[in-house]
Design a protein around this ligand. Structure first.
Ligand SMILES: Cc1cc2nc3c(=O)[nH]c(=O)nc-3n(C[C@H](O)[C@H](O)[C@H](O)COP(=O)(O)O)c2cc1C
Length: 324
């Protein structure tokens, strides 16, 4: 399938794997790229720019297809060495960057100079328009269903995507809640040029995470995610567990007075415990409502091929019937 997104990133299928903390290692990105999508290494999971350079080199050994790097700009106590990470990306010859969080304007000149395509993740039409106006090449429009940070507007993709289509000139992909071919077709119908998936890619054979994480996603329904850190205006959609329920109880008890320090035990340093150790009650880790649509653990190639053949069949059979 050819779309503006496949053309932009030089990929076979219009499917991107969003950056994921402690999931987006070289193994994950290479598996998605080898299957014809765009795999993404998560920049900040690598502790230093030098580690990122090594991860990029490792990925290049596993695939000769294009892959990207995610750079997340979030407020943090110790600001990461962003200039160093950008340098590692450029010197590593990566041609696609997924930015997320704060406005990436400061980094665009260097990335453009290196002929890198930038797709910025946005949870609203206004941020998408801003991304377009500062020169981003594409947008990943992330609806309220998404795993991770859905922002504070709570607009689902059923409205957010067609709204983005009304306003944007640059191509965008549908992100959040996507896991099958019917949703790819729906996204294309609503004006998107592809899809971005996070949670769905964790439940694959190659995802370099503990088996408990994959099993938890398969076992979860669409009712099993929770929104945490809403009082801090840093809302995150996570899979519920004992740590998350404890966190929500604290949010209830402390109300508007809550501070980050109050919940640090349930949110800081959780990813390695979950993703590497498989301690499923450790605390808050991002997971989308799409868990309800995930019933198996295929390879990335099986998953992507299935999505593409479902989409093809729906377009040719089901939709063609209605065209008369
Ligand atoms: C475990 C996990 C970790 C994530 N970490 C990041 C991250 O570090 N940076 C980022 O921009 N997005 C992150 N995301 C968001 C994904 O890139 C993607 O936008 C989101 O998962 C899409 O929603 P879906 O899970 O419903 O497919 C994460 C998502 C998950 C599930």
């Amino acid at each position: 399938m050819k779309t503006r997104i496949t053309e932009m990133f030089g990929i076979e299928h219009p499917i991107i794997q969003g950056g994921m903390h402690f999931v987006g290692f070289a193994e994950m990105a290479a598996a998605v790229s080898n299957a014809g999508g765009l795999g993404i290494i998560t920049g900040l999971t690598q502790r230093t720019p030098d580690d990122l350079a090594k991860e990029i080199a490792r990925c290049r050994e596993m695939t000769d297809k294009p892959f990207g790097v995610n750079l997340t700009f979030l407020p943090s106590v110790n600001t990461p060495d962003y200039p160093g990470y950008v340098k590692a990306i450029i010197e590593g010859g990566v041609k696609a960057v997924e930015t997320a969080g704060n406005n990436p304007a400061k980094w665009l000149p260097a990335l453009k100079e290196a002929d890198i395509k930038v797709i910025h993740k946005c949870t609203s039409v206004r941020h998408s328009l801003k991304a377009e106006s500062i020169g981003c090449d594409a947008v990943s429009v992330d609806g309220f269903e998404c795993g991770g940070h859905p922002g504070e507007d709570d607009v689902g993709n059923w409205v957010l995507l067609p709204r983005a289509a009304e306003e944007l000139k640059i191509p965008f992909v549908a992100s959040g809640g996507v896991g099958n071919g019917a949703q790819l077709v729906a996204a294309l119908a609503m004006g998107a040029d592809g899809i971005n998936m996070g949670t769905r890619f964790i439940a694959t054979k190659e995802a370099p995470v503990h088996q408990n994480v994959k099993d938890a996603i398969v076992a979860a329904s669409e009712l099993d995610t929770r929104l945490v850190m809403r009082p801090l205006r840093n809302t995150e959609r996570v899979l519920t567990n004992a740590g998350v329920e404890r966190l929500l109880q604290k949010e209830k008890e402390l109300g508007a007075n809550i501070k980050f320090e109050d919940i640090i035990e349930e949110v800081a340093g959780i990813y390695p415990k979950i993703m590497i150790e498989g301690e499923m009650d450790a605390g808050a880790w991002s997971c989308g409502m799409v868990a309800g649509l995930i019933h198996d653990i295929p390879t990335c190639k099986e998953l992507i091929d299935r999505i593409m053949s479902e989409a093809d069949e729906i377009i040719r059979q089901r939709l063609a019937k209605f065209a008369a």
